[in-house]
Design a protein around this ligand. Structure first.
Ligand SMILES: Nc1ncnc2c1ncn2[C@@H]1O[C@H](COP(=O)(O)OP(=O)(O)OP(=O)(O)O)[C@@H](O)[C@H]1O
Ligand SMILES: [Mg+2]
Length: 502
């Protein structure tokens, strides 16, 4: 009864079972062994195992068997040293690693008197294969990780990887330098916002929440509490089902410094222009004052000075002086920086520009043709800066009309409101801008004028003011048009500015 049960178990179990005596003669060979080795029990029974498997290391196996019997307890083959006992070829599966079935072997005492042991053979191919693959992918992962570290460390911008709540996880080498991370600061204990200056925090919070990819300017706080201006951008990626944010930081302190220098130079250049303008505008009133004064002197010398003449002349002089001081105020206001945004009418700005430029426009014999399509074009922003932007365009038109000796000189100014934008078009009849330079004219220091005349900063400032301060656009193209039946060609600058929402 038991023997039957024993047999049943041996035949159905999914492992090899065989019984050996201490000389390695086979006494039992279960069904699994038959199937796997393709050797029938009847063929191998009472024969020596080595006759069938000459490659088996008989010394080790015999020693193991003897130990088992002597100690009356199970022994194992160390799986690290021997991967299989029976050479069983595997059907080659596409991605399998091994050619032979990997086995783990247990030898247990069976009959001490007859000196028999039972040998269990377990197929561990799958396990080992999994293990092997696991090790391989771990190695690959480590390599990839190394590669990744090397890669992010090679970046010339700071990089921080954080989780979706802004907890920092990884920072690259350059990032550590930028943020002047102290030796004892652990990046994993920091939040992204810890590295943002108070005044930039709201902006960063908003951008973190909105989750879209953006590049924007902020002030970054270093680990030593100093700070610097930076351009940052963030991108959210999905990694192992978790959201990660990759943030990059570029230090723009140097750029900012350059920017400031250019702006200052441009301001100085503008100041020069303005002084030239004042000189123009003062010439006439000054000569008026001087003639009136010398007239008075003449009358007095001739003894013909009447009190009426004296009064009239003094009135004239006072009026002209008032005009002079008004011009000075206009220029002073213009040069002054706007501190706050104000609401203004574009029509008024144009009026102001033309007053400022009145002098030089007259001396250059230029006719201004204004076409106002709307009563009011209300916007909000920095009127003095906008005035400067427009003055630069008109001054250029004046320059080119003079330089090219255009006979009849025109500057056209058109103002119009379309939907929620105000449009200002300024064009001249000086034949336009060469195609090969038209793309460059907004760049700083680009000029076709002689050194003493142009710095090449005029249109650069115009562009900056319109785009950055006024949230608008400025574009240029060459235009052909007719005026009073005549055909003309010239550069046309179009400025688009958002209207003020009431
Ligand atoms: N209306 C125009 N017609 C033809 N060329 C123009 C016109 N306006 C600008 N340009 C060209 O664009 C160049 C750049 O203009 P920008 O105002 O930036 O500098 P600039 O006038 O040369 O010097 P700056 O204004 O600093 O004194 C000019 O040198 C000129 O060649
Ligand atoms: Mg200019």
């Amino acid at each position: 009864m038991f023997e039957n049960q024993f047999n049943l178990i041996c035949e159905t179990i999914n492992s090899g079972i065989l019984i050996l005596d201490k000389d390695l003669n086979v006494k039992f060979w279960n069904r699994w062994m038959e199937v796997q080795t393709k050797i029938k029990e009847e063929d191998i029974k009472d024969k020596n195992l080595l006759d069938f498997y000459e490659n088996i290391n008989s010394k080790i196996l015999s020693r193991k068997i003897k130990t088992t019997l002597r100690l009356n307890s199970s022994t194992f083959y160390n799986s690290e040293q021997i991967n299989y006992l029976f050479d069983i070829k595997l059907n080659k599966i596409a991605d399998s690693v091994f050619y032979n079935m990997q086995q783990s072997i247990t030898i247990s005492p069976f009959d001490l008197e007859k000196e028999l042991v039972v040998v269990y053979v377990y197929d561990t191919t799958l396990l080992r294969e999994t293990n092997y693959k696991l090790k391989k992918s771990k190695k690959e992962l480590e390599e990839k990780n190394d590669e990744f570290q090397r890669m992010i460390n090679a970046l010339t911008e700071g990089l921080i990887i954080s989780d979706e709540y802004g907890n920092c996880e990884i920072i690259n080498k350059y990032g550590k330098e930028l943020l002047r991370l102290k030796k004892n600061t652990r990046i994993k204990e920091k939040k992204l916002l810890d590295f943002v200056c108070e005044k930039s925090k709201d902006l960063v919070k908003r951008n973190l929440e909105s989750g879209d990819i953006r590049t924007y300017e902020v002030y970054i706080k270093r680990d030593d509490d100093t700070y610097f201006p930076a351009i940052v951008s963030g991108q959210v990626i999905q990694l192992d089902n978790k959201k990660k944010r990759i943030s990059t930081i570029i230090d723009i302190s140097n750029l900012k410094e350059k920017d400031r220098l250019i702006t200052r130079q441009a301001k100085l250049a503008d100041m020069g222009q303005m002084i030239a303008n004042i000189a123009h505008q003062w010439r006439q009133p000054l000569s008026l004052i001087s003639t009136t004064a010398s007239g008075l002197k003449l009358y007095e010398e001739l003894g013909k000075l009447e009190s009426q003449t004296l009064n009239d002349s003094l009135d004239q002089i006072m009026l002209t002086t008032a005009h002079l001081s008004q011009t000075i105020d206009d220029f002073k206001n213009f040069i002054k920086d706007d501190k706050e945004k104000t609401v203004f009418d574009l029509n008024e700005i144009i009026q102001k520009d033309l007053t400022l430029l009145e002098g030089i426009i007259k001396t250059s014999h230029i006719k201004i043709v204004i076409n106002r399509k709307n009563e009011d074009i209300i916007m909000k922003g920095y009127p003095n800066e906008l005035t400067q932007a427009i003055v630069n365009i008109i001054t250029n038109a004046k320059d080119v009309l003079e330089d090219r000796n255009i006979e009849e000189r025109y500057i056209f100014i058109e103002l119009e409101k379309i939907n929620s934008y105000g449009y200002l078009r300024i064009y001249d009849n000086a034949n336009g801008i060469n195609d090969d330079i038209i793309d460059k004219i907004f760049e700083p220091y680009f000029t076709t004028k002689h050194k003493s005349q142009g710095t090449g900063l005029g249109l650069f400032m115009t562009h900056r003011i319109i785009k950055d301060s006024m949230d608008g656009e400025v574009v240029v193209k060459n235009l052909k048009f007719t005026h009073k039946g005549k055909e003309y060609k010239g550069a046309c600058f179009t400025i688009e500015l958002p209207l003020h929402k009431l």
